[in-house]
Design a protein around this ligand. Structure first.
Ligand code: C2E
Ligand code: MG
Ligand code: MG
Ligand code: MG
Length: 287
């Protein structure tokens, strides 16, 4: 009731809101130059098999995450710049750059690790995402089976039929589709039934609360069972502690991702995992 009331009220003038709008506008101008100025880069976060210990949780792939090094502000979070890129349409160009870089990078690894990349709603629903993925796979030579596209369920709410058609066409290219941040937002069980996801990523919020409230444990357990019943694999996001890892392993979760296994970092920090370790050691010895 209180909520309803406040929604109807006209908000009072707040100087900091003006500031926010100005900030966004400036950030948008800067962002439009970021690609050609070489300010965008990728961080890679390891994804492992869910086992009882870190040592046993073999790394089988990475999620690529965009990073923006602003010349004045320093690192700007993707949580801040992706929405700006999205609203302004910049995301189409930026998303293409990201996808190409990710595929090019992964194709160059000596070990054929998996790689996941986030697709934004605008990219998914408004561009020719199937044509783009197809041509970048050909251009970079990345095996389609190594690429996973992460989308959030919000993407599909806009237009169910188009969403379903796109997912099917993408899957026919041989790439995998995962539902990101499952459980946050407008999760609906019917989506899982309707759309051919290969994987569900359980939102970090549930993992974070595992030790704190029994409800989260019940939800995580249920999502794992549900996903498996639908023949989807399950990965938990935001795994930070050994207790969380042990719980997920015990419950039969397939994968884990989080600071416990590794933070998102430039791929050079994970050189050994992608099979560049020996080359690097050699370079160190001889250099
Ligand atoms: P996401 O796709 O759900 O990515 C996971 C986020 O959780 C990342 O934040 C990652 O750094 C963070 N994270 C991973 N493990 C842990 C953990 O153990 N603890 C905590 N506290 N956080 C963890 P990041 O890199 O700031 O990205 C935020 C969001 O921005 C992403 O959420 C994704 O929605 C979006 N984003 C990032 N890169 C891209 C991109 O290239 N394209 C698009 N469209 N969106 C992107
Ligand atoms: Mg993601
Ligand atoms: Mg996520
Ligand atoms: Mg997220």
């Amino acid at each position: 009731r209180a909520k309803q009331k406040s929604r109807g009220t006209i908000s009072l003038y707040q100087p900091e809101m003006d500031q926010q709008i100005r900030d966004r506008r400036v950030l948008h101008q800067d962002l439009s130059k970021a690609i050609k100025n070489g300010e965008l880069s990728l961080a890679f976060q390891p994804q492992g098999v869910a086992r009882n210990s870190v040592a046993e949780s073999e790394i089988i792939g990475f999620e690529a995450l965009a990073r923006w090094q602003h010349p004045v502000r320093g690192q700007v979070s993707p949580a801040e710049f992706i929405p700006i890129a999205e609203e302004s349409g910049l995301i189409v160009e930026m998303g293409e750059w990201i996808l190409r870089e990710v595929c090019r990078e992964a194709a160059s690894w000596p070990k054929p690790m998996q790689v996941a990349v986030n697709l934004s709603p605008a990219q998914f629903m408004h561009g020719d995402v199937v044509g783009l993925v197809h041509s970048i796979l050909i251009e970079t030579g990345l095996a389609p089976g190594r690429l996973e596209l992460e989308i959030t369920e919000g993407v599909l709410i806009e237009d169910f039929d188009r969403g379903l058609a796109l997912l099917r066409r993408l899957k026919s290219l041989g790439v995998r589709i995962s539902m990101d941040d499952f459980g946050s937002g407008y999760s609906s069980l019917s989506y899982l039934q309707a759309f051919p996801f290969d994987k569900i990523k359980i939102d970090r919020a549930f993992i974070m609360n595992l030790g704190r409230n029994p409800q989260s444990a019940a939800i995580v357990r249920a999502v794992i069972d549900l996903g498996h019943g639908l023949e989807m694999s399950i990965i938990a996001e935001g795994v930070e502690t050994l207790d969380q890892l042990a719980f997920l392993a015990k419950e039969g979760c397939d994968g884990v991702q989080g600071y416990l296994l590794g933070k998102p970092l430039p791929i050079g920090k994970y050189a050994d995992l992608v099979g560049r370790g020996e080359a690097m050691e050699l370079a160190l010895k001889t250099g």
